[in-house]
Write a protein that binds this ligand. Structure first.
Ligand code: PRP
Length: 184
Protein backbone atom coordinates (compact mmCIF):
# COMPACT_ATOMS: atom_id res chain seq x y z
CA UNK A 1 0.00 0.00 0.00
CA UNK A 2 1.18 3.53 -0.75
CA UNK A 3 2.01 5.48 2.41
CA UNK A 4 0.76 8.70 0.83
CA UNK A 5 -2.56 9.29 -0.89
CA UNK A 6 -3.94 12.78 -1.47
CA UNK A 7 -7.14 14.31 -2.89
CA UNK A 8 -8.28 17.98 -2.73
CA UNK A 9 -10.14 17.36 0.57
CA UNK A 10 -8.10 14.81 2.42
CA UNK A 11 -4.79 13.08 2.66
CA UNK A 12 -3.97 9.62 3.90
CA UNK A 13 -0.63 8.99 5.58
CA UNK A 14 -0.02 5.35 6.39
CA UNK A 15 -3.09 4.22 8.36
CA UNK A 16 -4.49 7.67 9.18
CA UNK A 17 -6.91 9.86 7.25
CA UNK A 18 -6.67 13.64 7.54
CA UNK A 19 -9.07 16.32 6.30
CA UNK A 20 -8.28 19.89 5.30
CA UNK A 21 -8.23 22.39 8.16
CA UNK A 22 -6.56 25.33 6.40
CA UNK A 23 -6.00 25.44 2.65
CA UNK A 24 -2.71 26.54 1.10
CA UNK A 25 -4.37 29.88 0.28
CA UNK A 26 -5.46 30.42 3.89
CA UNK A 27 -1.99 29.49 5.11
CA UNK A 28 -0.26 31.87 2.75
CA UNK A 29 -2.63 34.75 3.52
CA UNK A 30 -2.00 34.37 7.23
CA UNK A 31 1.77 34.21 6.70
CA UNK A 32 1.63 37.45 4.72
CA UNK A 33 -0.30 39.14 7.56
CA UNK A 34 2.19 37.92 10.13
CA UNK A 35 5.09 39.03 7.94
CA UNK A 36 3.61 42.53 7.76
CA UNK A 37 3.19 42.68 11.55
CA UNK A 38 6.74 41.47 12.16
CA UNK A 39 8.03 43.95 9.59
CA UNK A 40 6.27 46.83 11.36
CA UNK A 41 7.92 45.87 14.65
CA UNK A 42 11.40 44.86 13.44
CA UNK A 43 12.10 46.63 10.16
CA UNK A 44 15.18 48.50 11.31
CA UNK A 45 16.36 46.03 13.95
CA UNK A 46 17.98 43.40 11.76
CA UNK A 47 16.29 40.54 13.63
CA UNK A 48 17.62 37.01 13.81
CA UNK A 49 14.92 34.46 13.02
CA UNK A 50 15.57 31.26 14.95
CA UNK A 51 13.83 28.27 13.45
CA UNK A 52 13.35 25.25 15.69
CA UNK A 53 13.96 22.14 13.62
CA UNK A 54 12.52 20.21 12.17
CA UNK A 55 8.90 21.28 11.83
CA UNK A 56 9.31 25.07 11.77
CA UNK A 57 11.60 25.24 8.76
CA UNK A 58 8.71 25.57 6.30
CA UNK A 59 6.97 28.40 8.18
CA UNK A 60 10.28 30.13 8.94
CA UNK A 61 11.20 30.03 5.27
CA UNK A 62 7.94 31.69 4.22
CA UNK A 63 7.91 34.11 7.14
CA UNK A 64 11.36 35.52 6.52
CA UNK A 65 10.47 36.09 2.88
CA UNK A 66 7.36 37.95 4.04
CA UNK A 67 9.63 40.15 6.16
CA UNK A 68 10.55 43.37 4.37
CA UNK A 69 13.92 44.40 5.77
CA UNK A 70 17.38 43.15 6.73
CA UNK A 71 17.29 39.94 8.73
CA UNK A 72 19.27 36.77 9.44
CA UNK A 73 18.24 33.21 10.10
CA UNK A 74 19.60 30.46 12.31
CA UNK A 75 18.49 26.95 13.22
CA UNK A 76 18.40 24.87 16.38
CA UNK A 77 17.50 21.26 16.91
CA UNK A 78 15.95 20.48 20.27
CA UNK A 79 15.24 17.12 21.75
CA UNK A 80 13.01 16.02 24.60
CA UNK A 81 15.04 14.70 27.49
CA UNK A 82 12.67 12.11 28.95
CA UNK A 83 10.72 9.61 26.91
CA UNK A 84 7.37 11.24 27.39
CA UNK A 85 5.99 14.47 25.92
CA UNK A 86 4.60 15.76 29.20
CA UNK A 87 7.64 15.76 31.44
CA UNK A 88 11.38 16.22 31.41
CA UNK A 89 13.60 18.92 30.06
CA UNK A 90 14.61 19.93 26.57
CA UNK A 91 18.15 19.62 25.27
CA UNK A 92 19.84 21.51 22.48
CA UNK A 93 21.30 18.95 20.13
CA UNK A 94 22.29 21.37 17.39
CA UNK A 95 22.89 24.92 18.47
CA UNK A 96 23.27 28.36 16.97
CA UNK A 97 26.75 29.41 15.98
CA UNK A 98 25.91 33.10 16.27
CA UNK A 99 26.56 35.43 19.19
CA UNK A 100 23.11 36.35 20.51
CA UNK A 101 24.26 39.14 22.80
CA UNK A 102 22.37 42.34 21.96
CA UNK A 103 20.43 40.73 19.11
CA UNK A 104 16.70 40.94 18.47
CA UNK A 105 15.54 37.33 18.33
CA UNK A 106 12.38 36.03 16.69
CA UNK A 107 11.85 32.40 17.70
CA UNK A 108 9.80 30.57 15.08
CA UNK A 109 7.74 27.47 15.82
CA UNK A 110 5.33 25.49 13.69
CA UNK A 111 3.16 24.53 16.67
CA UNK A 112 2.95 25.15 20.40
CA UNK A 113 1.36 22.12 22.00
CA UNK A 114 2.14 21.69 25.72
CA UNK A 115 4.47 24.69 25.52
CA UNK A 116 7.38 22.70 26.87
CA UNK A 117 9.77 23.26 23.96
CA UNK A 118 9.37 27.04 23.90
CA UNK A 119 9.31 27.35 27.68
CA UNK A 120 12.73 25.73 28.08
CA UNK A 121 14.25 27.26 24.96
CA UNK A 122 13.28 30.84 25.85
CA UNK A 123 14.82 30.34 29.25
CA UNK A 124 18.02 29.15 27.56
CA UNK A 125 18.08 32.17 25.21
CA UNK A 126 17.57 34.69 28.03
CA UNK A 127 20.87 33.59 29.56
CA UNK A 128 22.69 34.87 26.48
CA UNK A 129 21.56 38.47 26.97
CA UNK A 130 19.81 39.22 23.69
CA UNK A 131 18.32 42.70 23.20
CA UNK A 132 14.84 41.18 22.89
CA UNK A 133 13.06 37.88 22.36
CA UNK A 134 9.81 37.47 20.49
CA UNK A 135 8.02 34.21 19.82
CA UNK A 136 5.88 33.32 16.84
CA UNK A 137 4.08 30.09 16.11
CA UNK A 138 1.96 29.19 13.16
CA UNK A 139 -0.37 26.97 15.21
CA UNK A 140 -1.21 26.82 18.89
CA UNK A 141 -3.38 24.40 20.87
CA UNK A 142 -4.65 26.39 23.88
CA UNK A 143 -6.33 23.34 25.42
CA UNK A 144 -3.05 21.40 25.48
CA UNK A 145 -1.06 24.05 27.38
CA UNK A 146 0.92 22.71 30.33
CA UNK A 147 3.89 25.06 30.52
CA UNK A 148 3.73 28.82 30.88
CA UNK A 149 4.91 30.44 27.67
CA UNK A 150 4.07 33.82 26.22
CA UNK A 151 3.59 33.64 22.47
CA UNK A 152 3.66 37.05 20.81
CA UNK A 153 2.29 36.10 17.40
CA UNK A 154 -0.02 33.17 16.58
CA UNK A 155 -1.15 32.15 13.11
CA UNK A 156 -4.15 30.13 14.26
CA UNK A 157 -5.42 28.73 17.54
CA UNK A 158 -6.74 25.23 16.91
CA UNK A 159 -8.48 22.40 18.75
CA UNK A 160 -6.42 19.79 20.52
CA UNK A 161 -6.36 17.41 17.57
CA UNK A 162 -3.47 15.89 15.67
CA UNK A 163 -2.50 17.92 12.62
CA UNK A 164 -0.05 17.52 9.74
CA UNK A 165 1.20 19.63 6.88
CA UNK A 166 3.18 22.84 6.46
CA UNK A 167 6.15 21.34 8.29
CA UNK A 168 4.22 19.07 10.67
CA UNK A 169 4.56 15.33 10.24
CA UNK A 170 3.05 11.98 11.05
CA UNK A 171 5.81 9.37 11.25
CA UNK A 172 8.00 11.58 9.07
CA UNK A 173 5.43 12.13 6.32
CA UNK A 174 3.26 15.14 5.53
CA UNK A 175 5.72 17.97 6.11
CA UNK A 176 5.57 18.93 2.43
CA UNK A 177 1.79 19.44 2.35
CA UNK A 178 1.14 23.13 1.62
CA UNK A 179 -2.01 23.24 3.77
CA UNK A 180 -2.85 22.05 7.29
CA UNK A 181 -4.80 18.82 7.73
CA UNK A 182 -6.38 17.43 10.89
CA UNK A 183 -7.07 13.86 11.88
CA UNK A 184 -10.53 12.84 10.76
C1 PRP B 1 6.98 19.62 17.71
C2 PRP B 1 6.89 21.04 17.24
C3 PRP B 1 7.35 21.83 18.44
C4 PRP B 1 6.92 20.96 19.61
C5 PRP B 1 5.68 21.51 20.21
O1 PRP B 1 8.27 19.15 17.52
O2 PRP B 1 7.71 21.28 16.12
O3 PRP B 1 8.75 22.02 18.45
O4 PRP B 1 6.65 19.66 19.10
O5 PRP B 1 5.25 20.73 21.31
P1 PRP B 1 5.35 21.24 22.81
O6 PRP B 1 4.69 22.60 22.87
O7 PRP B 1 4.54 20.20 23.55
O8 PRP B 1 6.76 21.28 23.23
P2 PRP B 1 8.66 17.59 17.55
O9 PRP B 1 9.25 17.26 18.88
O10 PRP B 1 7.47 16.77 17.13
O11 PRP B 1 9.82 17.51 16.50
P3 PRP B 1 9.81 17.83 14.92
O12 PRP B 1 9.56 19.32 14.77
O13 PRP B 1 11.18 17.45 14.50
O14 PRP B 1 8.73 17.01 14.27
Amino acid sequence: MEAYNKTPDHVQLYDLMFVTLFSEKQVQERVRELGAEITAQYKDKRPLFISILSGAFVFASDLMRAFDGDCEVGFVKLSSYAGTRSSGSVQTVMGLEKDLHGRHLIVVEDIVDTGRTLHFFIDHLRQQNPASICTITFLRKPDAAEFPVAVDYVGFDIENRFVVGYGLDYEGLGRNLPGIYQLR
